[in-house]
Design a protein around this ligand. Structure first.
Ligand code: ARG
Length: 460
């Protein structure tokens, strides 16, 4: 009893410690739907090629469908002694349909089987990620629409730099998550190549039809080299990279939300239902969600690095090390999906304090660049203008005033190119609305960007 599917050449039973150490069923059960999907396509191909009979095919298809619903309904017992999802399903199939089940693995190895399963799994997850990313984008776009016109300081080095529209800042995230969607789509396009038929690693002498299997599974291409196919995990690494960048983007946002909800900034208010309290300090309202999102970046980036290190130094072709890909993928996917979904909710439950944002644009000489540009428009070389304005700022700092609080005469001591119209340039609104270059923060540009985003997301 307790015979392994590969038990033929073995004398004794496997040590329990070895079974415990090598099993993957405790996590790769998640691949069951895709494993069954792949096996069904494979069985259809085997019958079409005359490698199994039509009755055998039908018995296999029926048995696999039953197993799928048993797993779905939690009526399936996963057996660790059967190692992984592939052998758990194959064994259950054979117990159900007898000899036909034993023919399913014809011209197939678990090496190409697992490569297929992960590709199918990630192809589906790619769609889920795309939807979640679009959801976050929509939340940003709604905020950008709601607060259109509100000004805030733009920062570099976390020092007040130039005034911008809040909506411009929000739409920056729209762009970042848009690139993430593109990256995931690229990754899925590259991984959607059908590996079955590589068998263990050398291909097979049995008359299979790989292109038929590819078509059945909705792949346009088949992998080109059987050895590459069994040893390749580029697609898993690439997906982990995509996930890492997504989580990094979320983490940068999280950092801003944490800062902005502090007393020091008071730029936002996060809804009570999306904050937590302190068990000792009764007054506290903490931004735990963004903190956790920021914190979880470590494990997602860690998953990427873990798989990179696993693959480093592996000789051709399949090595059992590769089994380590799955926990990293699953954990990173779970983490990123949960983070995306809670981020959208969090944004929908965040309000901006436009009064505080506007107040923060005053002070800090944020229109100094505008003054330099003003002088440039009057034909002063930019470097000279930079120098003039630098001296004006130093002068203001000494007297603890803002540039626009100086009298015209005082300003003219630094350059007689400065005239009455300078005060328009020194205003926050004037500064923002002067930045009309494509992609700039002028209201006209931001309105265009917002409309484009709404169109792209089908929100209009
Ligand atoms: N559970 C294995 C994995 O995830 C499947 C492939 C096993 N192949 C083998 N020859 N042991 O990598």
């Amino acid at each position: 009893k307790n015979k392994k599917l590969w038990g033929g050449r073995f004398a004794g039973t496997t040590a329990a410690s070895v079974e415990a150490f090598t099993e993957s069923i405790s996590y790769d059960w998640r691949l069951y739907r895709h494993d069954i999907q792949g096996s069904m396509a494979h069985a259809r191909m085997l019958a079409r090629q005359g490698l199994i009979s039509e009755q055998e095919r039908d018995a296999i298809l029926k048995g696999l469908a039953e197993i799928e619903s048993e797993i779905e309904q939690d009526r399936f017992t996963f057996r660790p002694e059967l190692e992984d999802i592939h052998m758990n399903i194959e064994k259950a199939l054979t117990e159900k349909v007898g000899a036909a089940g034993e023919k399913l693995h014809t011209a197939r190895s678990r090496n190409d089987q697992v490569a297929l399963d992960i590709r199918l799994y990630l192809r589906d997850e790619g769609r889920v990620l795309d939807e979640l990313l679009a959801g976050v984008q929509k939340s940003f776009v709604r905020l950008a629409r709601r607060y259109l016109g509100a000004v805030m300081p733009g920062y570099t080095h976390l020092q007040r730099a130039q005034p911008v529209l809040l909506s411009h800042h929000l739409l920056a995230y729209y762009e970042m998550f848009g690139r993430d969607r593109g990256r995931v789509a690229d990754c899925v396009r590259r991984l959607a190549v059908m590996p079955l038929g590589a068998a263990a690693m050398a291909g097979t002498g049995l008359p299979i039809d790989r292109r038929f299997v590819a078509r059945e599974l909705g792949f346009d291409e088949i992998t080109a080299n059987s050895m590459d196919t069994s040893g390749d995990r580029d697609f898993a690494m690439e997906m982990l990279f995509c996930l890492t960048v997504i989580q990094l983007h979320l983490s940068r946002l999280a950092e801003e939300l944490v800062l902005w909800s502090s007393k020091e900034f008071e730029f936002i208010d996060i809804g009570d239902r999306y904050c937590t309290g302190s068990s000792i300090m009764p007054q506290k309202k903490n931004p735990d969600i963004p903190e956790l999102i920021r914190g979880k970046t470590g494990r997602v980036a860690g998953a990427l690095v873990a798989l990179l290190m696993t693959v480093k130094g592996l000789p051709m072709t399949y090595n059992r090390d590769l089994q380590e890909d799955k926990e990293q993928l699953f954990d990173a996917l779970d983490t990123v999906k949960a983070s995306l979904s809670i981020t959208a909710e969090l944004l929908d439950n965040t309000t901006f304090r436009t009064d505080r944002l506007a107040e923060a644009t005053r002070g800090g000489f944020m229109t100094a660049t505008d003054l330099a540009d003003y002088l440039v428009k009057k034909n002063m070389p930019f470097r000279q203008a930079h120098g003039v304005v630098g001296r004006i700022v130093a002068h203001c700092q000494e007297r603890d005033v803002e540039i626009d609080e100086l009298e015209l005469d005082e300003l003219r001591q630094f350059s007689d190119l400065i005239e009455e119209d300078v005060f328009e340039v020194l205003s926050v609104e004037g500064s923002v609305n002067s930045r009309v270059s494509e992609g700039g923060t002028a209201r006209v540009r931001v309105e265009e960007a917002l409309e484009r985003a709404e169109r792209q997301l089908g929100m209009t």
